[in-house]
Design a protein around this ligand. Structure first.
Ligand code: MN
Length: 136
């Protein structure tokens, strides 16, 4: 079964672009356009990967990363890729220090995006495989 990816993004054009690219690459996509709904969907849907814009209404991306990555359960193991337009020095460090697994700067580059996302899914797969090997 193909991976189910949750996109949390308030910009309609960006959201549609990401959904288009991922759907065409064979992934299932679900989405939320604000942080409150995003958190709800993470908990209810337990997606295989989360793509999260930082600047979103209600609950911002920093807060989502902090909330999810501090959970000591299955949710904290979901790879989370932050998307941000912020070009300020220190943002990348802040995002990663909160526990985000990766970072993609806007604008989305259509020819690179799916590959960027797949590298995170692949890392996750390798991590689970090594856990299984250790346990056997
Ligand atoms: Mn935004």
């Amino acid at each position: 079964m193909s991976a189910r990816i949750l996109i949390i993004e308030d910009n309609q054009a960006n959201l549609e672009l990401m959904m288009y690219l991922l759907t065409h690459a064979g992934y299932q996509t679900i989405y939320a356009m604000d942080g409150e709904k995003g958190l709800e969907m993470i908990k209810n849907e337990v997606p295989d990967l989360i793509i999260c814009d930082i600047q979103i209404p209600k609950v911002d991306g920093y807060e989502i990363i902090k909330t999810i990555k501090s959970e000591s359960n299955v949710l904290s193991n979901i790879p989370l890729i932050a998307i941000t337009a912020y070009a300020m020095v220190g943002d990348r460090e802040r995002i990663l220090s909160l526990g985000s697994d990766g970072y993609i700067a806007k604008p989305i580059e259509p020819e690179k995006f799916v590959h960027q996302i797949e590298s995170f899914l692949q890392e996750k797969r390798n991590a689970s495989l090594s856990t299984i090997e250790k346990g056997s």
